[in-house]
Design a protein around this ligand. Sequence first.
Ligand code: MN3
Length: 385
Amino acid sequence: MKKQIAILGSTGSVGTRSLEVIKSHPAHFGVEVLTAFNNPDLLIQQAIEHKPNVVVAGNEKHYQKVFEALDPLNIKVYAGSRAIEQVVEMESIDQVLLAVAGFSGLKPLLSALRNKKRVALANKESLVVAGQLVAQTAIENQAQIIPVDSEHSAIFQCLMGEGNNPVDKIVLTATGGPFRGMTATGLEQVRPADALKHPVWKMGNKVTVDSATLMNKGFEAIEAHWLFNVHPANIEVIVHPQAIVHSLVYFADGVVKAQLGPPDMFIPIQFALSYPDRLPNKLPPLDLLQLKHLDFEAPDIKNFRNLALAFEALEKGGNVPCILNAANEIAVQAFLTERIGFNQIPEIIEKCMETSTFIQNPSLEDYLETNRLTREKAKQSLKNT
Ligand code: MN3
């Protein structure tokens, strides 16, 4: 039986890689739905190759172009963000792969879970911003979330077969990014182009900057809390530049389980689609003798303050992670366009966290409002810098 997949965000870095995974296993996976916000040309090209039933152009201004190209091929074409939420209701979808970027991933995720779809989740913001709501919706609808992010995929795999065995702690590994070992003075000088040179992983611009600031790891700690129900005090981050150990779980009896593998997103994407089965692929196997050693060190939270801010947001809970995410999005954008320096990113986020109204149990509307207000506030503090 072929699994029919809906890929939301098919033109991004995880989306395109997912299509490679699907293409390499034609007996196991089919493409039922493709959606993309930008890049209509690539969306059209992907649809011609993979022949989905439905395509959604998230951005309505691309509808006409996509419709004209795909309607003659008997592919249904819709447009707009509401259509993305609705399309995941389709009976014919076995699994959703959510790879859209940013906060806009939340609504389609909730819609997929309410429709009891298994979701391979690559969107970080939905869990960072509204983890409580997402976790609750998944439980209520008995819908399963399979993480795509390499660290969470590792933890998920370490927990397979553990039943109710309690977890002592979770350790997330981080490469440390391109600025590992630099001081605050050195960081003062870094430019966007330097931040975009990630030593190991190839990703989109936003997440690559987040890796350089360590915010990405802070987000991953928040995600891990909601995915695996582990107390914030029992989540740690360790720097491991080779990115071979993808994360670890410590158990009560002193046993530590880790998942190792080559640093290639093909592997966690394939597992999130094939779960609970494992499928072969053509990647070169991990060669430990060639690696010789694996290094580990403590993260530098004095010079990379975003990581500490993320843990603070996780511990405070409520709408604070939403504030963290919104302020970070504006600050990273400002850094990419050279309006602010690297060290100002945490300054802007901290200011927003200190001056926003705390909401203990936010509703979806509260999250949307917090997101909007924080963006305004962050833009305001950009003007004052
Ligand atoms: Mn990751």
